[in-house]
Design a protein around this ligand. Sequence first.
Ligand code: CUK
Ligand code: CUA
Length: 668
Amino acid sequence: MTRHIPFVRLALATAAPATLALAAACSGPDPTAAPGTPGSAAPGAAPAASGDLAALMKARGLSEDDVTAALKTYTPTGKKDEYFVFASGGHGGNVIVIGVPSMRILKYIGVFTPEPWQGYGFDDPTRALLRSGDRAVGELNWADMHHPALSETGGEYDGQYLFVNDKANPRVAVINLKDFTTTQIVTTELIQSEHGATFVTPNTDYIIESSQYPTPLGGAYADFTKFNDSYRGAVILWKFDREKGKIDKAQSFAIELPPYMQDLADAGKKVSDGWLFINSINTERCWGGNLEGNPPLESCASQNDMDYLHVINWKKAAEIAAAGKTTTISDMRVIGLQTAIDEQLLTFVPEPKSPHGVDVTPDGTGVVVGGKLDTHTTVYDIPKILQLIAAKTYTGKDPYGVPILDFKAAIKGQCEIGLGPLHTVFDDKGFAYTSVFIESVVAKWSLADLKVVDKVSTHYNIGHLVSAEGDTVSPDGKYLIAMNKWALDRFAGVGPLLPQNFQLVDLDAAKPRVIYDMPLPLGEPHNAQMIKADKLKPIEVYKPVGTNPLTHEKDAFAVEGGKERIERNGTDVHVYMTAIRSHFTPDIVRAKEGDTIHLHLTSLEQAHDATHGLAIGSHDINISLEPGEHSNVTFKVPKAGVYPLYCTEFCSALHLEMAGYLLVEPKG
Ligand code: CUK
Ligand code: CUA
């Protein structure tokens, strides 16, 4: 332990005054102080306290590195984090908001899945919102979320909106960061699964969503005998109307793609603004059928040495769509594959062995693609690619007539990374960081000479990684989070299903290293976004009183204090109710068996965090009512009885008394 002592002294030099004041106030004279010098702080006390810290380190088995990590992440009460992370909740279908460097969870945002704690999916507006994400087959109450994307202005995160995707049931949702609330879900039957979503163009004109598993477009049936002719992929460009904070489906369009498995996507920036890049797998066009005499999908789809990076001119495609050169399939305007070829909207560049990850460099001149079965990342040279396209210098065509560029002519080079490179993020010093799945490391490498300079072990099976402001034109460096699929021996055992493990990596240290392990016991998060916290300006209460969070406008049914009432119209009972500490008015609702209750509920509160809830027993009703919020809830009362209702947030000393009854009289 002796080697720790100098460090401990150093730490105490800054911490001493408060420690000593506390010791004096609470413990009386320091028994270890030299006789005759009570209260003469520094000389006598420092070694004693330093001894305490050394003893604590020894007792807990902590190294000097551990203590440094603690000092870099520990965030005392009342201090706020420097960054927000928005992590996808994976197949939990929600978003998790985390503070960095403390790694404290700050919020779950309900998106595709009901979230009772915030009443999401339990009142009329949010029920309707969830139902707006249903697809032709029926009701959907979960999602497989992979890639959140923050809105950008000029290639920088602007802190206004977050977009998320659903791989399983192709959908895109919009979250308003004014109040961290989902406001829209869009979907189209054009495609039946997706993966290259969501990624935004540098001014958030469009949100990119590209399909993964090829199917007949529009939801039709076709057997595999017709695979090559009838199955297709597509990329959708959802038009975002920033004024309204909504996706405008009518202004959105798609481009038909060959039936490969399009994988991830990214938008060009700066010199490559106007272009988008999608990698692909399974250019072999296999569809499985291991009990039907076919080779297994995974080996059949891994035969080719090269798949195709799709290079798409989305700006020109938007003009083509605006000119009406589209066919409507399902409810989406689609630029056909032949039109995309004729108009030079789509070009292929070979990419090595089962690629994954496609990440545009901050300066917009490069795209980095990982190869799951390769040991390299390939860095494409976008200006060169654009020259080759302009000069139509093609080396061939795919079976659908899509022109292909020469691999060697289109790349800057390759970096020997390790086994199973996946995703790449960037810092402010010209370094790239690639997750290496099989090796379970983050590889730090130089964009200038494509050489690995460092590797950080992660635990285990890292998928995505996220760096501070990492997808922007000006990343911050500083922090990186490795998003690991397996946690294995990192935490106490909790049965066969373990949490994911987010590991915070300090990029400021001379040698980057893990400084915090955060278990995340929800769906597999895949990707996240990290934004400077001061870019967000969330509201504290809904104003005016009676605001509907989905519209940020006063609800037509908002209730004023003093105007509470119950109105009956046949079997419809309209209840105009308010909530304020510590009562609902009215607190008794009388109805008859078989009635429909229309509850219009306004919180009159205007104090930050003065939240009420309203639970009505046996009727699946749980509303969270933020200060100033208005909510409408419609429900049937099919069975006579006496049903208590009460507030579900401990809002005041008399919270338990914030209760009432729903009385349902028998018929007749
Ligand atoms: S994918 Cu999950 S680790 Cu959906 Cu971005 Cu690579
Ligand atoms: Cu309102 Cu408890």
